[in-house]
Design a protein around this ligand. Structure first.
Ligand SMILES: Nc1ncnc2c1ncn2[C@@H]1O[C@H](COP(=O)(O)OP(=O)(O)OP(=O)(O)O)[C@@H](O)[C@H]1O
Ligand SMILES: O=C(O)C1=C[C@@H](O)[C@@H](O)[C@H](O)C1
Ligand SMILES: [Mg+2]
Length: 174
């Protein structure tokens, strides 16, 4: 059993939004590792970050991704920072990983830089978001099978581009 698509990208790229729509389009189930961590721990992500710290959250997330990659055969969205784990990056090898990219201005607008996203809740969330995008871009690319730029692209159109890119990829490998 393996996911039909694994969706990665920074906060606000649309992993949850696009992942859900893609699952509908492919007529498969949707799963999001952020939800899995919340369900398994019984706590909000912001609470885990604040009370236990980011490393504790990353450990829970790594376990959630490992389980979901094994159990789920639909569309799987990962938390935005899941790919920071080297073990997770290794586990993603061979999977149809879809990297949804977003630029600073559009991403900041989408996330609203609210406190619901603990990593971006500091004194200068915009600078934090820029640093996060800069640092992670090569990491997302290193595990992606396809990359879709979502800047100023409506969700339905993003989904259409993802479907086309995944079809082209599977046609090329068969
Ligand atoms: N292509 C798009 N165009 C316009 N708005 C979008 C697009 N994709 C997502 N959004 C909006 O951006 C916001 C963030 O989207 P979403 O929660 O899906 O991002 P995410 O990548 O799952 O973020 P996180 O890493 O925090 O889970 C939502 O309000 C959503 O409606
Ligand atoms: O980009 C990140 O590091 C995060 C994104 C969210 O999906 C959550 O997993 C959490 O808020 C951390
Ligand atoms: Mg999400």
């Amino acid at each position: 059993m393996a996911p039909r698509a694994v969706v990665i990208g920074p906060p606000g790229a649309g992993k949850t939004t696009i992942g859900r729509l893609l699952a509908q389009r492919l007529d498969v189930a949707f799963r999001d590792t952020d939800d899995d961590v919340v369900r398994t721990s019984g706590r909000a992500i912001a609470d885990i970050f604040t009370t236990d710290g980011e490393p504790a959250f990353r450990a829970m997330e790594e376990a959630a991704v490992e389980t979901a990659l094994r159990e789920h055969d639909g569309v799987l969205a990962l938390g935005g920072g899941a790919v920071l784990s080297e073990r997770t990056r290794e586990r993603l090898a061979g999977h149809p990983v879809v990297f949804l990219s977003v630029g600073l201005a559009e991403g900041a607008k989408r996330v609203g830089l609210s406190t619901a996203r603990p990593l971006l809740a500091g004194v200068n969330p915009r600078a934090t978001f820029k640093a996060l995008l800069d640092a992670r871009m090569p990491i997302y690319r290193s595990v992606a099978a396809v990359e879709i730029d979502t800047d100023h692209v409506e969700p339905d159109e993003v989904v259409a581009q993802v479907v086309a890119a995944l079809s082209a990829r599977s046609a090329a490998s068969s």
